[in-house]
Design a protein around this ligand. Sequence first.
Ligand SMILES: Nc1ncnc2c1ncn2[C@@H]1O[C@H](COP(=O)(O)OP(=O)(O)OP(=O)(O)O)[C@@H](O)[C@H]1O
Ligand SMILES: NC(=O)c1ccc[n+]([C@@H]2O[C@H](CO)[C@@H](O)[C@H]2O)c1
Length: 200
Amino acid sequence: MKFIIGIGGVTNGGKTTLTGRLIKNLPNCCVVHQDDFFKPQDQIEFGEDGFKQWDVMTAMDMDAMVSTIKGWMENPVKFARSHGVSVSATNDSDPEREIHILIVEGFILYNYKPLIDVYNKSYYVTIPYEECKRRRSTRTYTVPDPPGLFDGHVWPMYLKHRTEMESNSLDIHYLNGMKSKEELYNQVYEDIQNSLLNAL
Ligand SMILES: Nc1ncnc2c1ncn2[C@@H]1O[C@H](COP(=O)(O)OP(=O)(O)OP(=O)(O)O)[C@@H](O)[C@H]1O
Ligand SMILES: NC(=O)c1ccc[n+]([C@@H]2O[C@H](CO)[C@@H](O)[C@H]2O)c1
């Protein structure tokens, strides 16, 4: 059985931290990080807000992300092996007998039509504005945030994508990113166990 989990949500909500804990504890579990699909800096255009447009879908090479996810769907065992994920003893002729899990983690997951239907379970982490701004100010990305980027681009784009996502009436499970890392992990791990049992 193949099972794809989306972990979407606001920047600095704790998606990567949560994902890291889950992949250590879930069986045969691979991960795709949307952040690995940012286009090179020279392809990111300036917008009317005066900032380079990092927080929009066109900043990502979504075709490449789709290909990667499709690669896992076609052969999760091969994908796992080529990504250094150890897979439990498996009958290669019938991989459906095993559970194979893929976590897709990213900040604009549920706004991209070609991928909207691939998730068996869709989580969305939220934190309030003040906490998000505080956490973000402690981070350094490959391209550091210029002054004013959070209020001028990052937060407004988050609100826009969230509104757009919510207008699509998807089955989204919201997670409160203000809970401790431990509490969040326990909540989601338990929920995934239940979903896997129901899907078997
Ligand atoms: N539950 C939590 N409580 C408090 N701080 C947290 C929690 N989870 C993560 N953090 C901290 O918040 C920051 C962002 O975490 P993380 O990188 O996991 O978020 P993210 O959603 O993947 O961010 P982005 O995708 O924008 O890079 C880190 O400094 C991390 O230690
Ligand atoms: N990873 C990167 O190349 C990069 C560069 C500039 C900005 N970002 C930020 O990453 C966040 C998503 O995780 C977005 O809010 C981007 O602003 C990433």
